[in-house]
Design a protein around this ligand. Structure first.
Ligand code: DAT
Length: 179
């Protein structure tokens, strides 16, 4: 196996829009020295998203995944990235150490997405995504089973507990890798 150069792990925080990814990433970045890699920001900064042709949903961006990977490859090789994105199977498994799939009660998620201004087909599709556990399945198919953890994000205390759990995991990762 090639020597691992990164001194900190790369962690994916994924899940259906509205489940609480960004909330987790921000709190985790504050609690650790890891960097919140917000893929929405990367897409905007490098202009690698094309507007959807769906007239009901013109604000959704279709992202060129190859270009996205080119943009973040150096960051991933360096390590210490908390990746905030609603997909996970595009990131090379060799550069990923932990995949957290954030989950949320359906009724609560519905209210959060409504509050965000989602309606009609977009609201329905995102609700289906959570109900069908699409991101959990995607994560389990793309990564080793023991790298994938499911985290609930319904109350503020959930975020505190999840962040604490990930912090402990990071400490152990550093020990295991002699960092
Ligand atoms: P995402 O990044 O997955 O789209 P978010 O972090 O922006 O989600 O959260 C969506 C909204 O829900 C936002 O208003 C914060 C709130 N929220 C998320 N997790 C929560 C929790 N565990 N307790 C209370 N509110 C939460």
């Amino acid at each position: 196996m090639p020597e691992m150069l990164r001194t900190d792990p790369n962690i994916i925080i994924t899940g259906t829009p509205g489940v609480g990814k960004t909330t987790h990433c921000q709190q985790l970045a504050t609690a650790t020295r890891l960097h919140h890699l917000d893929i929405n920001e990367v897409v905007k900064k490098h202009n690698i998203g094309e507007s959807s042709t769906d007239p009901d949903d013109p604000n959704t961006k279709i992202v060129d995944e190859d270009r996205l990977l080119d943009c973040i490859e150096n960051d991933l090789e360096e390590g210490g990235q908390i990746i905030d994105w609603h997909a996970c199977d595009l990131f090379p498994p060799s550069l990923i150490d932990l995949v957290c799939v954030v989950r949320c009660d359906n009724k609560l998620l519905y209210d959060r997405l409504k509050k965000r201004g989602y309606s009609g087909k977009k609201l329905e599709e995102n609700m289906d995504c959570e109900i069908m556990e699409v991101l959990l399945q995607e994560a389990r198919e793309a990564y080793d089973e023991d790298m994938v953890v499911e985290l609930r994000s319904e109350k503020t205390e959930d975020v505190d507990a999840n962040v604490e759990r990930i912090e402990k995991w990071i400490e152990q990762w550093r020990k295991d890798h002699g960092k």
